[in-house]
Ligand binder design. Structure first.
Ligand code: NAD
Length: 456
């Protein structure tokens, strides 16, 4: 009931136009900037309490990225909201034709736990820029961060403009029954289907930011040391609990041994066998995920790593010798286990990958432009990098989103603004002239004139 009232209040606030002007949008963005900037330490501490993420990792991936995005919106918003004039065909002459960017209304943002500040606030920036009111439902699996966001939003914003609604399945289900104007969901494909079904009841458009098994392909010409560094960085940041982490690695069979040896060196230089102290390495979020990963690990052939500690929910970054049929290749891993597979002929790669659902990201390590184009053209995936992992998310000029089971729609920068705006086409006509060729009564002369004027 309280949630239903909150949605009603936000809809009323939207309709009275309070969020529409450039000034009010900029003011909310600045307020959000203040909230993040002033309370960054409290937010990072909350994340650390939830699942032991090191401060520097939280600062870079959660705080910095948000401040950077807000600044980008503040810099460009006055251009983005301008109506755009377009041309028209002769049949509409004389007229002016204009595309307006209309805010959608009241938005629901549902966040995931693994980057609990970033994934909650990043879409919200776009919702504010586009002139909407919004309710954020952070993940209950990062409860300390969720409570901190609620506390801060209550202090910094009026609830009828921007509000945090905490809760798990029950509260989210209630929220999903409300007639939102857009739902932005980040999470699993399983829950993505639930969200889309619920949204269909109110014909609410959705953006789904989901997951999948994102591969890293290492071609025979790759710089092995750089590839291994960047793959293990992508895999160990947040202990592999990243939607765009390389899920598994597919290397050319001629470089398998080199990849293994370099992995051992890189991992010992990254962590100096000092994981247990936890300054450089995140914990697994909860017992269920720890047990799931531990089970996968126990069924696997470990090449390097394999240490675990149930009490502190620690899992060592682990390289695994794998086959396509193995259990670990069936689902997104979402943890620090890296299956290693090989290929012989690059022509086989699309068939191997396309037997699984399209991943959120794909990474390829190679200098060979033909190989890059071959993969980009023949394997569907959300987005990705050549010779890197994850860093495509660091550029607000690139749209970020999945395809098929890894999601629909995209955001970041202008793409966020577009996601939460509705394009409205308006044709403005002068009252004169008003030729009667289109009006009844119809006759052959009118048709003849129409054809003569408009058909080439
Ligand atoms: P999840 O789907 O379990 O939960 C996400 C959100 O959905 C939470 O807020 C949760 O409260 C809500 N939820 C859970 N069950 C629900 C139900 N039955 N009905 C209604 N709402 C429900 O996902 P998660 O465990 O938080 O995150 C992990 C998944 O998210 C992975 O698959 C990962 O790849 C994906 N992910 C994707 C992105 C991206 O940007 N594309 C980012 C992070 C995570």
């Amino acid at each position: 009931m309280k949630l239903m009232q909150l949605v009603k209040d936000q809809k009323a606030a939207f309709l009275d136009g309070r969020t529409r002007s450039l000034k009010s949008r900029e003011s909310s963005l600045n307020q959000l900037r203040k909230l993040i900037y002033r309370h960054e330490k409290e937010l990072c501490d909350a994340i650390n309490e939830d699942f032991g993420k090191p401060y520097i990792e939280s600062y870079i991936t959660e705080i910095y990225t948000l401040l950077d995005e807000i600044d980008y919106h503040l810099k460009n918003l006055s251009t983005w909201i301008k109506p755009v004039s377009v041309g028209g065909p002769i049949v509409t002459f004389p007229s002016k034709n204009i595309i307006y960017q209309q805010p959608k209304g009241t938005i629901l943002v549902i966040g995931a736990w693994n980057y609990p500040v970033h994934l909650s606030l990043m879409p919200l920036i776009g919702a504010i820029s586009a002139g909407n009111t919004a309710i954020l439902k952070p993940s209950e699996l990062a409860p300390v961060t969720s409570a901190k966001l609620k506390e801060l939003f209550d202090r910094y914003f009026k609830p009828e403009i921007l509000a945090v609604a905490e809760g798990g399945v029950e509260e989210t289900t209630e929220l999903l029954e409300q007639p939102f104007d857009h739902i932005f969901f980040t999470g699993s494909s399983r829950v993505g289907k639930i969200v889309m079904k619920a949204a269909a009841e109110n014909l609410t458009p959705v953006t789904l930011e989901l997951g999948g098994k994102s591969p890293a392909i290492v071609h025979e010409d790759a710089n092995i040391e750089v590839s291994v560094n960047r793959i293990w960085w992508g895999k160990t940041i947040n202990a592999g609990q990243t939607c765009v982490a390389p899920d598994y690695v597919l290397v050319h069979k001629s470089i398998k041994e080199q990849f293994i040896q370099t992995s051992k060196n890189v991992l010992s230089s990254f962590f100096q066998n000092d994981f247990q102290v936890g300054k450089n390495y995140t914990r697994i979020v909860n017992d269920d995920h720890f047990n799931r990963l531990n089970e996968l690990l126990n069924k696997s052939k470990v090449i390097h790593g394999g240490l675990t500690n149930k009490q502190s929910r620690f899992i060592e970054p682990t390289l695994i010798d794998a086959n396509w049929e193995d259990e670990i290749m069936k689902e997104e891993i979402f943890g620090p286990l890296l299956p290693l597979l090989t290929y012989d002929d690059e022509k086989d790669i699309p068939q191997l990958m396309n037997s699984m659902s399209a991943p959120l990201a794909l990474y390829m390590f190679t200098e060979n432009k033909e190989f890059q184009d071959f993969i980009i053209e023949n394997v569907p995936f959300g987005g990705g990098c050549v010779n890197d992992t994850i860093s495509h998310l660091g550029n607000h000029n690139l749209p970020y989103g999945g395809t098929g089971y890894s999601g629909m729609g995209s955001y970041r920068g202008k793409y966020s603004f577009n996601t939460f705006s509705r394009e409205q086409g308006i044709l403005k006509k002068p009252s004169w002239p008003d030729p009667d060729v289109r009006y009844p009564p119809y006759n052959d002369t009118k048709l003849k004139w129409f054809k003569r004027l408009f058909i080439k």
